[in-house]
Design a protein around this ligand. Structure first.
Ligand SMILES: [Zn+2]
Ligand SMILES: [Zn+2]
Ligand SMILES: [Zn+2]
Ligand SMILES: [Zn+2]
Length: 160
């Protein structure tokens, strides 16, 4: 139930706004087929067709059997797409209020979200590591912890 909800939310958020080209960072990439998108601007400057995946924002494979496909086969595509989502937790009663909706477990990279109940710390469903949804450190942070800040997902994305 919770994961189905997360999946639906993800589909609507990526379909509406994430066609940003990862190379020139302009938001006018055009979807060719499925995940495969093309940037006219980069194609012009590179003098070849520049294709990218709009979900994980990486260049599309240029050779091999995947080059003409419609589903992205780059590693961690769905995970990166979720972490790139700009959606935030907007329920002011949630312990994770204003955090990004999706987090990767700092230990095993499993995709997680906070159900809003309890404290800001959650336990990974895969490796059982406990971590703080705000600062992503593997520790318990109380709501009065002054060293705990809401971080974005950029460090997690870089480690993928
Ligand atoms: Zn571009
Ligand atoms: Zn992808
Ligand atoms: Zn984990
Ligand atoms: Zn924390």
């Amino acid at each position: 139930m919770a994961s189905a909800l997360a999946g639906n939310r993800l589909m609507t958020s990526v379909a509406s706004k994430q066609t940003q080209c990862p190379r020139c960072l302009q938001p006018d990439g055009r979807v060719v087929d499925g995940h495969r998108s093309v940037c006219q601007r980069c194609s012009k400057s590179l003098r070849r067709v520049y294709q990218f995946c709009w979900a994980c924002r990486r260049e599309w494979p240029r050779t091999g059997s995947q080059a003409q496909g419609h589903a992205c086969t780059l590693p961690n595509c769905a995970l990166r797409a979720a972490l790139l989502s700009e959606e935030r937790i907007i329920d002011p009663k949630s312990a994770a209020f204003s955090c990004p909706f999706f987090r990767a477990c700092p230990n095993c990279k499993e995709l997680m979200t906070h159900n809003g109940v309890g404290c800001r710390c959650i336990t990974c469903t895969k490796c059982y590591t406990e971590f703080c949804f705000h600062c992503l450190r593997k520790q318990y942070c109380s709501s009065t912890n002054k060293t705990c800040f809401i971080v974005d997902n950029s460090a997690a994305l870089q480690s993928l």
